[in-house]
Design a protein around this ligand. Structure first.
Ligand SMILES: Cc1cc2nc3c(=O)[nH]c(=O)nc-3n(C[C@H](O)[C@H](O)[C@H](O)COP(=O)(O)OP(=O)(O)OC[C@H]3O[C@@H](n4cnc5c(N)ncnc54)[C@H](O)[C@@H]3O)c2cc1C
Length: 391
């Protein structure tokens, strides 16, 4: 017999946990089945370095309640590489192109106003609906970043200043992104960002016993209007609502989705070593577009986080002596290529959440709140099931 639940959440990353948090706070029962807690929020073995999602912005209103803020990542602490191979800590490109800089800041401020309103909307309407409802965001969501850059005549500043920062965020070049994704990646230019320590103890407080560590292998609709969920450990569950909060590739397999955005990979290395100049002179380094290295972050404990496109970077270029302590291959890191816009409610009682449309911790978190809100609204309309756990 299948164990029966009102709601089963599949995936315990920030999106699934957000959904669980909201349901728990509203006294709704659920089971959360996941392979791990945190997903792409992951710390090094000693717990000191984020080897997955690295920073939070100050405008992560929901996520920031469940993290301890670390160092602020300031522009003056970042070395920026240019295509000629030189690195500078100054904001020289901004000085060299003052008119383009003013334009870029105006564009970012305008985008931010719409983006803030959209995030608010996303609590009560799906992300896809919220983007479609805002003409500016809808246009940016579908416009190639290169067209946007050309249209607004910010080519120089985009190449010299924006591209290294966006590549550090998206692990790919600007010309593969939409304007929306590029602008999300560029927001740290006007919004403070911080390193952080995740506090899963706070995020899961009160529902730790509702987590089950297993892997979901199949989700099927059954003739009684419920869903059957099967796991690798050959357990079966039945639920009125299923919230799928897995990475896009996994969700695509579980739900047989027609298409999702294109994937991007990244390698994170934790290195104990002596950085060479110029990289030893700053806390962070960003690299020009096309470089296989995306970023370097010196850690307070003396280690270095090294982010690359390559599984065998030329460490000798950056370090005089080094030992790789950890290597995490994020394959994929995320799906953010293209302009596919996924709807949250795939079928009655079947919700798709996460970073399928917009790839940040905060956006993923909000999709979890939205799915929970939908479930709460639906359960107000229908009487609770007679049996809530073992049948
Ligand atoms: C290297 C890297 C750096 C990043 N940097 C940043 C950053 O600095 N700031 C930022 O805002 N965002 C960053 N991101 C993006 C951010 O991490 C993601 O957008 C966010 O974590 C997505 O959360 P999620 O819950 O949708 O998915 P995930 O975090 O991937 O969670 C999915 C969950 O599903 C589980 N799961 C998978 N398959 C199954 C299955 N079959 N059955 C059951 N459970 C399953 C997994 O165990 C996991 O717990 C980064 C991502 C990466 C990879």
């Amino acid at each position: 017999m299948a164990e029966r639940y009102e709601t089963v959440i599949v995936g315990g990353g920030v999106a699934g946990l957000a959904c669980a948090r909201r349901l728990h706070d509203s006294q709704q029962s659920f089971l959360l089945i996941t392979e791990n807690v945190g997903g792409r929020i992951r710390t090094s073995a000693d717990g000191t370095v984020n080897v997955g999602a690295y920073y939070v912005r100050s405008d992560y209103g929901h996520v920031n309640r469940f993290v301890d803020r670390g160092r602020r990542i300031r522009r003056r602490h970042i070395l920026r590489g240019d295509v000629n191979g030189s690195f500078t800590r100054s904001d020289m490109p901004l000085v060299l192109h003052p008119i383009q800089t003013v334009r870029l800041v105006r564009l970012l401020r305008r985008f931010r106003r719409h983006y803030e309103a959209y995030k608010q909307q996303c609590l009560t309407m799906s992300q896809a609906q919220a983007i479609e409802a805002d003409p500016l965001l809808r246009e940016l969501y579908h416009e190639p970043a290169t067209d946007f850059i050309r249209r607004h005549r910010i080519e120089d500043i985009a190449r010299s200043y924006l591209a290294p920062a966006v590549q550090g965020f998206a692990f790919t070049s600007v010309d593969r992104l939409t304007a929306f994704t590029m602008l999300v990646g560029a927001l740290p230019l006007i919004v403070p960002m911080f390193e952080y320590v995740p506090r899963f103890d706070l995020l899961t407080a009160g529902f730790e016993d509702d987590l089950l560590f297993d892997s979901v292998t199949a989700i099927e609709a059954t003739t009684d209007g419920m869903y059957s969920i099967q796991t690798r450990n050959r357990a079966f569950y039945s639920a009125s609502n299923v919230v799928v909060a897995t990475p896009a590739g996994v969700s695509s397999r579980l739900l047989d989705l027609e298409t999702v955005k294109g994937a991007v990979d990244a390698h994170m290395f934790l290195v104990d070593g002596d950085l060479r100049r110029p990289w030893a002179q700053a806390t962070y380094a960003l690299f020009p577009e096309g470089d296989t290295t995306f970023g370097i972050a010196s850690q307070p404990g003396g280690l270095t986080l090294f982010c690359s496109d390559s599984d065998e970077p030329d460490f000798g270029r950056y370090f005089s002596a080094w030992i790789v302590i950890e290597h995490h291959h994020w394959t994929p890191a995320f799906h953010l290529l293209g302009d596919v816009l996924m709807e949250c409610e795939q079928a009655p009682g079947l919700y798709l959440i996460g970073d399928h449309n917009v790839c940040t911790l905060e956006d993923a978190y909000i999709t979890g709140i939205y799915a929970a809100n939908r479930i709460l609204a639906t359960s107000e309309d229908t009487p609770p099931p007679k049996v809530n756990s073992l049948s």
